[in-house]
Ligand binder design. Structure first.
Ligand code: 5GP
Length: 127
């Protein structure tokens, strides 16, 4: 079973209200909140409310309404956090880690929105 969702993961607990979060945006199908250990001046996480492990899982099994909601929530968070490129705003990087090689820590789909500084190289050069 490639998409075996663990409902005890930390983001599932946040969605159930068992763990507090600093909410940036809540929509019908998505939640955005501040990362607990920010790696840039702007570091916000956007998650779907449904039980999806990775982006490929979400894209394969989520409803059209969930997919539209999630993508629009990401864009809205960028506006809220002031990182949309243009109009003097600085731009952002969005990252979604998946699985072991993606070094995914929390097995509930999330997109990191990072900005507020130049984010440098996307990945380290191979050694
Ligand atoms: P991943 O490595 O899975 O892509 O990223 C997981 C992210 O979740 C990390 O950036 C980590 O700081 C964040 N995180 C882990 N536990 C919590 C938590 O309890 N609350 C919040 N807000 N973020 C968390």
């Amino acid at each position: 079973m490639p998409y075996d969702y663990d409902d005890q993961n930390i983001f599932a607990k946040i969605l159930r209200g068992e763990i507090p979060n600093t909410t940036v945006l809540e929509t019908e199908h998505s939640l955005a909140f501040e990362d607990i250990a920010p790696e840039a001046p702007v570091h916000t996480l956007v998650i779907p409310k449904g039980p999806y492990v990775t982006y490929d899982h979400f894209a394969a099994e989520a409803s059209d309404a969930e997919i539209v909601d999630f993508n629009r929530a990401i864009a809205e968070v960028c506006r809220i956090k002031g990182v949309v490129p243009g109009d003097g705003q600085g731009g952002f990087r969005m990252i979604s880690n998946a699985g072991e090689n993606g070094v995914q820590e929390v097995p509930h789909l999330h997109v990191h929105i990072l900005g507020g500084q130049n984010m440098g190289r996307m990945v380290p050069r191979p050694t």
